[in-house]
Write a protein that binds this ligand. Structure first.
Ligand code: GRF
Length: 237
């Protein structure tokens, strides 16, 4: 069956498409077992369906429905339920018992490919317990422009002469947003007076390579870890 990859998306899914294509041609030693989107409108859902990949939609707004913005306590509770339901969806394949799928097995790797929601510790802890790695693609270099609008912010810094390099990275997901250990770093030079559109296209082209290389690297690390631990097990018999 090979490694099972679960992909989290929120939008167009061009990075998901890169993963689909490179699983199909064997570059990635695995297959995408499920795509979960934080938006029912994400075009990435179409891409998954076309590739015959099962999808789920897990929208935060349905958890916040009817809770006034000012009610911080209730919204925090709703966000925690959103996170724990997402964990169940990933680890067990369902949220409500009635949707239980016989024979569901959890993924070997989670890839955030344009997932736009912060993943807090109550989401990350159960993955840590399960030793289930999760990686994220972010369109800036380590330690710069974490969070949203990274492409626009790095473009402006480049044109203002504050930075000479931009790029993207694939990193392990930790609580600190976009601060986990990088697996892949890809750099581009700043081009003076370049348009934002051209800069953005160069970043996206780089991302489509980085996301594949980051997934291969994470799976390879996984495989070697598994081999090491099985060898250790055999030693301790
Ligand atoms: C990418 O630029 C990614 O780095 C950012 O959102 C964009 C997702 O693009 N988080 P797509 O949905 O994969 O086309």
């Amino acid at each position: 069956m090979g490694n099972k990859i679960l992909v989290l998306i929120s939008g167009g899914g061009s990075n998901l498409q890169a993963l689909i294509d490179k699983c199909e041609d064997g570059t990635i030693p695995g297959s995408i077992c499920k795509v979960i989107s934080s938006s029912s409108k994400a075009y990435g859902l179409e891409r998954a369906a076309k590739a015959g990949i099962p999808t789920d939609v897990h929208e935060l707004k349905s958890y916040y429905k009817g809770i006034p913005k000012e009610d911080k306590e209730l919204r925090t509770k709703a966000r925690t339920k959103f996170n724990l339901d997402l964990i169940n969806l990933i680890l067990k394949g369902y949220i409500d018992e009635k949707d239980k799928l016989e024979g569901y097995t959890k993924p070997d790797l989670i890839v955030c490919a344009g997932w736009m929601l912060i993943l807090s510790q109550d989401f990350l802890d159960p993955l840590e317990t399960e030793k289930l790695p999760i990686i994220n693609l972010h369109p800036s270099l380590p330690g710069a422009f974490e969070g949203t609008h990274a492409i626009e912010r790095s473009f402006k810094a480049g044109q203002d002469g504050e930075i000479t390099k931009a790029g993207c990275m694939v990193h392990k997901v930790i609580q600190l947003v976009d601060r986990g250990e990088p697996l892949i770093i890809k750099e581009i030079e700043i081009v003076k007076d370049e348009t934002l559109e051209d800069f953005e296209q160069r970043i996206h082209d780089l991302e489509h390579i980085a996301i594949v290389e980051g997934t291969v690297k994470a799976l390879t690390e996984l495989t070697s870890e598994a081999e090491i631990s099985s060898k250790l097990d055999s030693l301790t018999v």
